[in-house]
Design a protein around this ligand. Structure first.
Ligand SMILES: Cc1cc2nc3c(=O)[nH]c(=O)nc-3n(C[C@H](O)[C@H](O)[C@H](O)COP(=O)(O)OP(=O)(O)OC[C@H]3O[C@@H](n4cnc5c(N)ncnc54)[C@H](O)[C@@H]3O)c2cc1C
Length: 434
């Protein structure tokens, strides 16, 4: 499948936030100088961050959190192939794909001049003993709908609830990078703890609204010393202070989830917690075929510099959760990376100057978490990486923004302008007390 027009062919693997965002930014900056193909095994974008709100507010997430990809990409003359990526050969600059529209497809090979790996991660629920029988989560449409049915149609009997993460195995791919002077991309024991914090707040509101109890029924746990440590110590201490006042139970340093049982969760540190509902987040692992590649780190995440480029194979880029540098695994950081990938490829094909293109990643944790009852929390922080910003706000304005960000994203077909985040900052930070 070579380009007929003989332009450099950019292949983007993955069509969710980082894949769609990268493809659109490449088209915006490199204009018609490149052919672009996106490959994903499904042909829609899944708006993962809003699944929890649907679950607690009793809406089927499958009906709200999907955006069809083909027409959106066609608007920008970006080709789409619905296929499973099965292998990458960086020496031959080729990808093995298996079309997934119908069973029985024959394997194909796709060649690239530039490659963007935006395949996210594999959420390893299958490595948690007892999850299939006793566990719940909100990371996809199936699990979200299963939990919604339990919460709103009589499955849940009002017992204790435990919410937290399994241990994350971060690779060594971002060691030595300094996004802020004197800073680093630290090693973390959990991949992304915004969702557990969001869920504990939303679950408390759900218990109150359904008159089934208060936060003392909920235990939130973390494998780390401090939950959501990537939001920075100041923000987390504020959140924990509030959570303690509200009556939540908190378990830290659990090391890992050993198993789920009908009665609760057992941790590898020997402790356990009783729970009827066990809402867990697994290890975010790289896809098996990413392990051992010359572009991958010790765990299979793609090694890049702060311009999202692989140092050994400079025509290979990564964005979003698949990149080693993306810590925590947060869509908002992926969003920042898409911009960089678009500029770098535009520079390579002569469509942008180095001065405009070479703006390295300075990650900022942005998080808008649903708290139930029409409220949300808003975090903007970079202290974990060595920066000096740490903002936490709570109330109705962040909730409105969370919902409106999704609407804006769908209406603008993923092209949320850079000012989208700044607008959120302005609206939240200037109109709400701390
Ligand atoms: C419950 C929850 C709430 C969250 N809330 C927030 C939030 O409020 N803010 C925020 O910034 N982030 C949030 N996140 C994190 C955010 O969802 C992720 O960081 C984001 O989805 C990562 O985007 P991505 O495109 O890199 O990867 P993904 O969204 O995982 O997309 C990867 C894509 O690659 C495709 N793919 C994977 N493997 C293959 C293969 N072998 N072949 C073909 N296609 C493949 C998949 O189908 C998918 O479309 C949340 C996460 C969860 C679970």
């Amino acid at each position: 499948m070579e380009s007929l027009k003989n332009k450099p062919h950019v292949v983007v693997l993955g069509g969710n936030f980082a894949g769609l965002g990268s493809a659109q930014k490449i088209r915006q900056y490199a204009k018609e100088a490149v052919d672009i193909t996106v490959v994903d095994r499904k042909d829609f974008l899944l708006f993962v961050p809003n699944i929890p709100a649907d679950v607690f507010e009793n809406r089927d997430p499958a009906l709200h959190q999907r955006m069809e990809l083909r027409a959106v990409l066609a608007d920008d003359d970006i080709k789409f192939i619905q296929a499973d990526v099965q292998g990458i050969d960086v020496e031959a600059k080729s990808i093995d794909i298996l079309p997934t529209e119908r069973p029985g497809a024959a394997k194909q090979t796709l060649r690239y001049d530039y490659l963007v790996v935006a395949l996210g991660n594999r959420l390893a629920f299958d490595e948690i003993e007892g999850f299939a029988e006793f566990g719940d989560s909100v990371t996809d449409l199936y699990l979200g709908e299963k939990l919604r049915q339990k919460l709103h149609f009589g499955g849940y009997k009002g017992g204790p609830i435990a919410i937290g993460s399994a241990r994350f195995s971060q690779g060594d791919g971002a060691v030595g990078l300094a996004p802020y002077p004197g800073g680093s991309i630290p090693m973390a024991l959990a991949a992304c703890e915004g969702p557990p914090v969001e869920l504990m707040m939303a679950a408390a509101t759900y218990l109150k609204e359904t008159q089934q109890g208060d936060p003392s029924k909920i235990t939130v746990f973390t494998p780390a010393e401090l939950i959501a440590e990537d939001a920075g110590v100041t923000v987390v201490n504020q959140l924990l202070g509030l959570a303690t006042k509200m009556g939540f139970n908190y378990l830290n340093n659990t090391q890992n989830i050993k198993r789920l049982t009908a009665d609760g969760i057992e941790f590898t540190d020997g402790r356990s917690v009783a729970a009827e509902l066990k809402i867990v987040f697994p290890n975010w692992k790289a896809h098996p075929f990413m392990r051992g590649l010359p572009i991958s780190d010790s765990e299979g995440f793609v090694i890049t510099d702060l311009l999202m480029r692989n140092p050994k194979y400079p025509t290979v880029f990564a964005a979003g959760d698949a990149a080693a540098v993306t810590m925590p695994k947060l869509g908002a950081i992926g969003h920042q990376e898409c911009e960089i990938v678009g500029r770098q490829i535009a520079k390579d094909v002569g469509m942008m100057s180095a001065e405009h293109a070479d703006q390295p990643l300075q990650p900022i944790v942005y998080c808008l978490g649903d708290m139930g009852g029409g409220k949300a929390f808003y975090i903007r922080s970079n202290t974990w990486f060595g920066g000096d910003t740490a903002v936490l706000k709570m109330g109705h304005v962040p909730y409105m923004l969370k919902m409106q960000y999704r609407t804006l994203f769908m209406q603008l077909k993923g092209k949320v302008p850079g000012w989208g985040l700044n607008l959120a900052e302005m609206a939240v930070e200037h109109h709400l007390p701390s």
